[in-house]
Design a protein around this ligand. Structure first.
Ligand code: S3P
Length: 205
């Protein structure tokens, strides 16, 4: 099969991780590095609902938010290949986790509790779950509850408080290894070039 016109990853890259793990900022850089679009699931949920995450939680409750989150992510996963930053709870929904494992590659940005606390304290994003009490305590119980499930991610990359670029590079390396192991190196142009070279070698033999 000719792959001449294919380049870049052939499946969507889904970033998962707790609030404050850097999914949005790392996701933007990763998308630029891979040459594909970046989409933030929370922004899409807000657009679909016509209101902020904060208002959805306050006016309709968490379950309504989770329903919207599940539907919006299903729609995005059916769309063109992109980097998708998901909210910290998305991967906890069985249906969403199954869809991601079926049609995308999941990358968990694993961060320590200290990193998460520092990052959410610095951030201007309003996070309803953290407004219910002490952010460190809430994040600590979310680490316990969610990290065993996040372990199911295809790729796991550590994030700290340092610059994002080295994290992006690690993700790219890990994705390459993952795609290679699953028979898709995520770099169609390189592979197409190799195939062309191999074909012309055969012709001259
Ligand atoms: C949530 C995380 C938030 C947002 C919502 C719920 C969660 O996204 O989806 O407030 O359940 O962890 P971020 O992880 O991008 O902050």
């Amino acid at each position: 099969m000719s792959r001449k016109n294919q380049s870049g990853p052939r499946s969507t890259v889904v970033l998962i991780g707790l609030m404050g793990s850097g999914k949005t900022s790392i996701g933007r850089r990763l998308a630029a590095r891979l040459g594909i679009q970046f989409i933030d699931a929370d922004t899409e949920i807000e657009a679909a609902a016509g209101s902020s995450i904060h208002d959805i939680f306050e006016l309709h409750g968490e379950q309504a938010f989770r329903d919207g989150e599940r539907r919006v992510i299903a729609r995005l996963l059916d769309g063109p290949v992109h980097v998708l930053a998901t909210g910290g709870g998305a991967f906890m929904t069985d249906e969403t986790r199954a869809r991601i494992s079926q049609s995308a590659v999941s990358v968990w940005l694993r961060a320590s509790l200290d990193t998460l606390v520092k990052r959410v304290e610095r951030s201007r994003t309003r996070r309803p779950l953290l407004e219910a009490g002490d952010p460190r305590e809430i994040l600590s119980s979310l680490v316990e509850e969610r990290y065993p499930v996040y372990e199911e991610a295809d790729v796991i990359v550590e994030t700290g408080e340092g610059p994002h670029e080295p994290v992006v590079e690690s993700i790219v390396q890990e994705l390459r290894a993952f795609w290679q192991a699953s028979g898709d190196d995520g770099d169609g142009e390189e592979r197409a070039a190799q195939e062309v070279a191999a074909a012309s070698d055969q012709e001259t033999e």
